[in-house]
Design a protein around this ligand. Structure first.
Ligand SMILES: [Fe+2]
Length: 606
């Protein structure tokens, strides 16, 4: 900063000179003391220069509305919003998010360094501050078949980028505590660069947890119960309380929303689907929920502002105080926490749910050609889906609602008329197939999925943490084949199939927002299939399927990124839609069976 500018700020703070902007009559959420102060906020340039009684060249009377620091999401995979940087900004900035720390784990597992570069490039000129943690696990495990492998040497140069804050969610906790040299090299590169290592170690405890922390891992966002969180907190880790689309841990961790724990805990989303961003918001939604569950509003705000700012080393951010960055959120009351205005660097950037100057989206399609097109898979045949093993029992991987952890069950082998062998519709057990789609290997894994509320038909998705291979779940092979081939044909996305629809129709996935809303009303999370055909596929369970591929699934000549640019659409408009397909015109082929992949199980960490 030039000395003239510094003098200008000091004299404005002293009250001897007019500030550039004064927000008059504000109720300020003081995240240092958990108090509410009533005062004016004086801003010069991009900084707050005083809190008290001030006059400015421009004055805005807030009439007693509340002002909080700009909200920070300390851990999110932007790809899971299915939006490119500028569209993501449009979705979150009006909700008060002024900074995010993102891990491009998903897109890097598909497109390697090109995916990482794509995320850096498409977020560099935004109003929203976008910081990066480098993807530590590409692939997520050595059992997985991802689109790329990123080693320490490839990641090392990125630490020179000031937007790169460290190494992201070290999910290979097993390898870390057993000194896998590839992982240790990544940790050493990060710590030698003076940066942070984020953790990801569900249910890790006792000496293994000690060893994991000793390796330099400073946080965890996988705690699903209070005992686990307290153990990690006691041992010095920051806890990221996750409340996103698929995983919801806040309720279990509510005891952390008070002193002394709250000063080491922050609110994160991890993954937020576009519909959720549209309907419920971003970190503001997490604050609302915390308040609803009994948290002191000032404490909840602190956990979404000051704490992440301190953890990530954002100097003079995360508070409404002199010398702090003028990233501010105005809400009429703390209970509803409805964001009315958002200031970034002292400038009003969003108001009443809209960004005032949407950023343009320009993609170098030659440089990022693999990001735009990475689906390499032969047409799926019934033979690919054949179950070639038999026995008295079957292994089922069961989902847990609101959690990423799954459970293994061994049950008697199921046989029901009209269903694929092993499927039990009464107990929500469907068949699951995973098709490797990056390297044309022909690998297919077959298994069974429990607690999946598909009533009939099939759902296919290339949105599949972590490697984003093609996953198909269904109760019969024909529908599974059709669903899988639809995604293949569209080079990514989602497809839903049910035989009984006859000759089906395709819903334009980038359809009008009112269509999305109507569909949501018809097929709400609790709506049964009997109320509408789509209800079969629109259940909340399908939130386990999502994709960073940024592709328009079908019926639209443009990629999703183009669509966003042309229509400046909101988050929900870019969501993938439903596909109902009744014809089967595929032929048989022959490929070897391989192994099931794509599930995260408790067993992986034991
Ligand atoms: Fe994550």
């Amino acid at each position: 900063m030039q000395s003239d500018e510094l003098k200008r700020r000091i004299s404005a703070g002293r009250g001897d000179a007019l500030a550039d902007l004064v927000l008059k009559n504000a109720r300020i959420v003081n995240v240092f003391t958990d108090e509410i102060d009533t005062a004016d906020i004086a801003i010069s340039g991009n900084s707050i220069v005083g809190v008290g009684a001030y006059h400015g060249r421009k004055e805005v009377d807030l009439h007693g509305k509340y002002v909080c620091p700009g909200l920070i999401d300390g851990h999110i995979h932007i790809e899971s919003s299915m939006l490119c940087g500028p569209a993501f900004e449009q979705a979150v900035l009006p909700h008060g998010t002024t900074a995010v720390v993102t891990d491009p784990h998903e897109i890097s597992n598909v497109a390697g360094l090109e995916g990482l570069d794509f995320m850096l490039e498409t977020t560099k000129n935004l109003t929203l501050s976008v910081y990066f943690m480098l993807p530590s696990c590409v692939p997520a495990t050595d059992l997985d078949e991802s689109g790329a492998v990123l080693n320490a040497e490839q990641l090392r140069p990125y630490y020179g980028d000031p937007r790169v804050l460290g190494l992201a969610e070290l999910m290979n906790a097993y390898g870390t505590v057993r000194c896998d040299p590839k992982i240790l090299q990544k940790i050493r590169d990060c710590t030698e660069a003076g940066k942070i290592v984020d953790g990801h170690a569900p249910l890790l405890s006792d000496k293994d947890l000690n060893a994991y922390i000793a390796a330099g891992v400073q946080s965890d966002h996988e705690c699903s119960n209070i005992e686990e969180a307290m153990e990690k907190l006691r041992r010095g880790q920051y806890i990221m309380i996750r409340e996103g689309t698929a995983a919801k841990n806040m309720e279990a961790l509510m005891p952390l929303f008070r002193e002394p724990y709250c000063s080491r805990c922050m609110l994160v989303t991890d993954d937020k689907h576009p519909g959720d961003l549209l309907d419920s918001g971003h970190i503001d939604s997490n604050i609302r929920k915390a308040i609803r569950l009994g948290a002191d509003p000032a404490v909840a705000v602190k956990m979404a502002t000051l704490v992440p700012a301190q953890y990530f080393g954002f100097k003079q951010r995360g508070a409404v105080a002199s010398g702090y960055r003028a990233d501010l959120v105005v809400v009429p009351d703390l209970e509803s926490f409805t964001v009315e205005q958002v200031y970034k660097n002292g400038t009003l950037v969003a108001e009443h749910g809209k960004t005032l100057k949407p950023a343009p989206l320009d993609i170098d399609r030659v440089r990022f050609s693999h990001v735009m097109d990475s689906f390499d898979l032969d047409e799926i045949t019934l033979q690919d889906l054949e179950l070639r093993e038999s026995g008295e029992q079957e292994r089922v991987i069961c989902l847990n609602r609101g959690e990423l952890l799954t459970e293994e069950k061994i049950i008697p082998f199921q046989r029901h008329p009209g269903k694929a062998p092993g499927v039990d519709p009464e107990h929500n057990i469907v068949k699951l197939a995973v098709f490797e789609r990056h390297h044309h290997s022909g690998h297919v894994g077959i298994g069974f999925l429990g607690n999946f509320s598909l009533k009939c038909g099939a759902v296919a998705s290339s949105i599949a943490h972590d490697s984003h291979n093609l996953i198909v779940a269904g109760d019969n092979d024909t529908d599974m084949m059709l669903a899988g081939n639809t995604v293949r044909k569209n080079k990514g996305g989602l497809a839903f199939v049910a035989r009984w629809t006859g000759r089906g129709r395709t819903c334009a996935p980038g359809g009008r927002i009112d269509e999305h809303r109507k569909r949501r009303e018809r097929c709400g999370e609790n709506a049964g299939a009997e109320r509408c055909p789509q209800g079969t596929w629109c259940s909340g369970r399908h939130r386990h399927f999502y994709d960073p591929r940024l592709r328009q699934p079908s019926g639209h000549p443009k990629t999703q990124t183009e669509y966003i640019r042309h229509h400046r659409c909101s988050a929900a408009e870019s969501r993938s839609g439903c596909f109902l397909i009744g014809d089967n015109k595929n032929t048989a082929g022959d490929r070897p069976e391989w192994s099931v992949s794509g599930n995260r199980t408790v067993r992986s960490y034991s």
